[in-house]
Design a protein around this ligand. Structure first.
Ligand code: GLA
Length: 734
């Protein structure tokens, strides 16, 4: 008996010994860190199999220590058991804002999500994907959380996939992409609001306990009042170079919702995703519901570093052709509006060549016959060239441009329809409107129902027909000028799917276009910046930030966009807006992708000479602006002189733009502006460029400084009422 006990004991010890590595692994697997170059997002599986987010911040040098966080870091009593859930369910123990709310097939409203397993996959060099499977112990209902991390760029994309195998449909009432939990003493939100021609106006406030929601319900043109981006600083508002700051952005071109909740234990919970407003989604058994990725980038060195990381990420991984080139252009919108004919356009094509830009962009007004597009009251939907204005069609213009070595681009607004159009009469069922209510118009138009596959096909063929019938057509400006009123689809059986299926339909069309035309440049426009988001920018090479091209306003608007989007994506045009001189207007437009929207034939000799030279000058440094690092040196909101700098990745050349933005009391740059991003040990020659003909720089020629000097002491560009805008070129002297 004794012997047998000994044998059993020994066998038990042996088994325990053999199992040890497994047990250790199991214990380790309870903490799941997602690490990037500087940060870590750490998940932890509790004994009760809940998955929590226990940390998101600067990474520890020893990842083994994350496991200690629970005890030391979170000495809080969690009444809800859910303060830091990685994906907060509702209807059981949780009493805080949920990430997901459902009604099961049997009508029950409760959900619990327990850890099942997780995997890490290396997607490519520097990119890995963590997936965490969660399951309800009572219902056959699963959620998989995804965390895609971009090591070098410190970016993490998060989304969820929801699936079930219940006996009928499950109603999804809320379905976030991400559910974050951060810890700080205080939280400072920088949010943005706007309207037509007033995009990206920042507001900073301290978050108080409770929930702050940023959202939109406009459907299309979703960002008109609020873009899907924000930043939160921890402990104090961060500056360009100091402070811990988290940026958030959603890859979705429709209704979004961000809930920022400071909970009773002072955690900041961020729940972000598509807006669930009027969008309860009925999910069939076996069907996958994938939420759009929510992007975060975190920096402990202020807003500047965070935005450079995000810009790098965008160029490399998200923005269509972010690492390649762009076309400079002449647009006819502001010089002709709807009033043009073939001859006028042919003259503009000649002007394009004269100016020296790459492409002529024909804007709105070229289509519609029964209902000609002579104003914004008619024609949308009828995408045939207007026979009166263009008797030989679009192709004769493309041919003319090709003959002049100019590329040709065209404006479309394919998701829209005017009641004064043939399309409106032929396909009333393709239009989003309430069957028994009066129609409401936004810019005299209605929105087509992109959830309908027939409409998707129609929209695809607008692009495809133009490209196949007009070989040589090289560029599209894709506009979207109306919000969705009277949200109702004659195609959908379930009306609460409309907002989501609209965007999914749009993406299907864009996917199809990109499959056939992978590299055709396309500008994303929505009556200005009514639709700028990283979901759309996967398909678009650039966006139109605002119809407001007054350069003074643009300095502010571009400044705010630049936190989130790289300059290569920002289309800036020189127009007649504002009271600033032509040089000022051109300098501002050069801080992104340069274009012109002025009547070249009305320019005097000097102005024309200036513009032509400016295009050449821009060509000489555009790669620094497009692919280099951006440093916001002097904020227009708090300085009389605003200043922005771009430095190439090897730190051997740079461009600095400075502008007088406040002219009270004859202010100007009395003090040097400190440069950033240079190599302290290198020497740089500074030269003023883009001068207006006949003017001389007031700066000494051939000045050479060390990077150290320029960053510690700075350089005065001598901006004043006589020199309201100054562009400096820095070149390394070897
Ligand atoms: C929108 C765009 C403009 C222009 C017009 C044409 O407002 O933002 O740039 O294309 O449409 O109607």
């Amino acid at each position: 008996m004794k012997r047998r006990t000994r044998i059993f004991r020994r066998a038990g010890l042996l088994a325990a010994f053999l199992l040890l590595p497994f047990l250790v692994l199991q214990a380790k697997a309870q903490t799941i860190p997602v690490e990037t170059a500087h940060n870590a997002l750490v998940l932890q599986v509790t004994q009760g199999k809940n998955v929590n987010m226990i940390y998101y911040g600067k990474k520890l040098s020893s990842p083994g220590e994350y496991v200690q966080i629970t005890g030391e870091y979170r000495q809080t009593q969690d009444y809800t058991g859910m303060y830091n859930a990685a994906y907060t369910p509702s209807g059981s123990r949780n009493l805080l804002e949920p990430a997901i709310t459902v009604t099961h097939a049997d009508g029950n409203n409760s959900l619990a999500l327990k850890y099942v397993s997780h995997q890490v996959k290396q997607v490519s060099k520097g990119v890995s994907l963590l997936s965490v499977q969660l399951k309800d112990p009572v219902y056959d209902f699963e959620v998989t959380l995804y965390y895609k991390s971009y090591f070098k760029e410190d970016v993490i994309e998060q989304w969820s996939v929801i699936e079930h195998h219940e006996k009928g449909n499950v109603e999804l009432h809320k379905f976030a992409s991400a559910n974050l939990c951060l810890k700080g003493k205080s939280y400072w939100l920088r949010q943005f609001h706007g309207d037509w021609a007033r995009e990206m106006q920042p507001e900073v406030s301290e978050l108080t306990h409770g929930i702050k929601t940023l959202d939109t319900k406009l459907g299309t043109r979703a960002d008109l009042f609020q873009p899907p981006v924000f930043m939160v600083s921890l402990n104090q508002p961060s500056t360009e170079d100091e402070g811990e700051v988290l940026y958030g952005a959603l890859e979705w071109s429709g209704n979004f919702r961000f809930d920022l909740e400071v909970d009773p234990q002072n955690n900041l919970r961020i729940i972000a995703g598509m807006n669930n407003y009027a969008s309860t989604y009925s999910l069939k058994p076996g069907e996958e519901f994938k939420t759009p990725p929510f992007i975060t980038v975190l920096s402990s060195k202020g807003k500047g570093e965070a935005s450079r990381q995000l810009q790098d990420w965008a160029r490399k991984y998200q923005l269509m052709d972010g690492e390649s080139s762009r076309l400079t252009l002449l647009n006819n919108w502001e010089s002709t509006f709807f009033d043009f004919d073939e001859n006028k356009l042919k003259a503009l094509i000649k002007d394009t060549r004269k100016l020296g830009v790459d492409l002529f962009l024909l804007d709105d007004g070229w289509f519609g016959n029964k209902y000609p597009r002579n104003s914004d009251h008619a024609g949308l939907g009828d995408w045939q060239a207007n026979k009166k204005k263009l008797p030989d069609g679009v192709f004769s213009l493309v041919k003319e441009a090709t003959k002049d070595s100019v590329k040709f681009g065209i404006w479309i607004e394919p998701e829209m329809v005017n009641p004064k159009s043939e399309l409106y009469h032929q396909h009333p069922d393709w239009i989003i409107k309430q069957p028994a209510r009066p129609e409401y118009y936004f810019r005299n138009q209605l929105v087509l129902d992109m959830s309908n596959p027939k409409v998707q096909d129609f929209v695809y063929h607008i692009v495809d027909n133009l490209l196949t019938k007009n070989p040589g057509l090289t560029y599209f400006k894709w506009d979207c000028n109306s919000v969705i009123y009277n949200a109702h689809s004659s195609y959908l059986g379930n009306q609460s799917h409309l907002y989501i299926d609209y965007v999914r339909g749009l993406y299907k069309v864009l996917d199809r276009i990109r499959k056939k035309y992978p590299h055709i440049p396309m500008m994303l426009c929505s009556g200005g910046g009514g639709r700028v988001d990283y979901g759309a920018l996967k398909y678009f090479t650039e966006f139109w930030p605002s119809d407001n091209t007054d350069p003074l306003e643009r300095i502010f608007i571009q400044w705010e966009y630049s936190y989130f989007y790289p300059a290569i994506a920002t289309s800036n045009h020189v127009t007649a807006w504002g009271k600033q001189p032509l040089k000022f207007r051109t300098d501002v437009a050069m801080m992104g992708k340069l274009g012109f929207d002025i009547d070249i034939s009305h320019l005097n000799d000097k102005d024309l000479q200036f513009c032509r030279k400016a295009v050449k000058t821009y060509d000489s440094f555009k790669n620094i602006v497009w692919h280099g690092d951006q440093y916001r040196l002097a904020d227009p909101f708090t300085n009389d002189v605003a200043s922005v700098m771009y430095v190439d990745k090897t730190k051997s050349s740079g461009v600095v733009f400075s502008y007088l933005v406040n002219n009270r009391f004859g202010k100007g740059s009395k003090l040097p502006i400190r440069f950033k991003g240079l190599d302290a040990s290198k020497k740089y020659r500074i030269e003023e460029i883009n001068l207006y003909p006949g003017t001389k720089s007031t700066l000494k020629a051939n000045q050479v400084f060390s990077g150290d000097f320029l960053m510690q002491i700075g350089f005065n560009p001598d901006v004043n009422a006589q020199r309201t805008s100054v562009v400096l070129k820095l070149e390394e002297v070897k």
